[in-house]
Design a protein around this ligand. Sequence first.
Ligand code: IMP
Ligand code: MG
Length: 378
Amino acid sequence: MKEIQLHDKTFEPYITKEQIADAIKKISFEIASYAQEDQIVFVIVLKGAFIFSAELAKQYNKKAVFEFYRLKSYEGTQTTGKVKILVDIDAELIKGKKVVILEDIVDTGNTLVKIIDELTKKEPQDLKVATLFFKPDAYTKNIPIDFIGMEIPNEFIVGYGLDYDELGRNLPIIYKLKEEKKDKMIDFILFGPPGAGKGTQAKILKDKLGLTYIATGDLFRHHIKNKTPLGQKAKAYIDKGDFVPDEITIDMIKEIISDSKVKGIIFDGFPRTVRQAESLDKLMAEKGLIIDALIALDVPEERLIKRLLNRGETSGRTDDNEKTIKHRLDLYHQKTEPVKDYYKKQNKYHEVNGVGDIDEVNQRLLDVINSIKLRGES
Ligand code: IMP
Ligand code: MG
């Protein structure tokens, strides 16, 4: 496999000419059957879609016209993402027509939403979207993509019109960014209500997979015991019976994930709120990392209560009594459960049946983890 260098990054061959040709044939065929006898106005989104569109134009043998559209997005510090139209299309070319947008790639979908908003103002009879590549794991929008050449994992690709900082567009095949952290495995959140078995399972997974286990409760205890500056700050809140502020927790986590030897992380007990999930994503991104998944252990409520009451009797954990249990479950439903939706939107949500013996549940978790790893490697 011949690698190439663009600017500061190395890329390796990823998608062949034949695969690209098949994807474009498929799109062309599907658009033709959608068009029936009508003329299609193809809107070619520049620059990236220029090669794809040229190939599609050669394949597509029904009545069609081609227009060019170019947006430039300014990526400020906020995600408001102001967009300027550099090449526009006269409204009368769109009005009342069957319009198909041609995109090279849909990633988060931010650009697409802007384009659809703008073109809708020009009152097309119908507006469809065709993209050569689609990253379902990165997509955050609800707008359906009508014609998809090929779904790809969340990899950064170049070639066939796609660029890395303007280079690589003229490559005849697709290359992907070479992974730098080779032994990196998986970073995920083990999730579930109190009593779901997170701690038990996380410890087994940590040993089996050689991962780092971050349980925020343990983290606080460790820092307090060792009288670290962060521990002393945290203690002040815990002594008053208050929640430890997110910033302190985040700083503790930061220390661990900064350690380059970390192969992968299991988070337990964090994030507990959507706000913490946002902070965690931000923190991971700063370190060039990403949360790969949230895996939720599903256990019916009656069973949770039974388990916790049992634990209270045997472990002497003072928070495992009926009244506190109820309160903790309420808090979980109110504040913590919405974290699921946060990761669902990122397509990172997985659920595992948490009822069964420890080994059985652990195997289910391993199966999910392996499927996520495979997806990331393919
Ligand atoms: P969005 O996240 O869907 O808005 O994608 C915006 C733009 O980012 C695309 O139109 C591309 O120009 C660029 N882009 C997204 N993913 C890739 C990639 O893997 N390689 C090169 N450019 C990309
Ligand atoms: Mg680009």
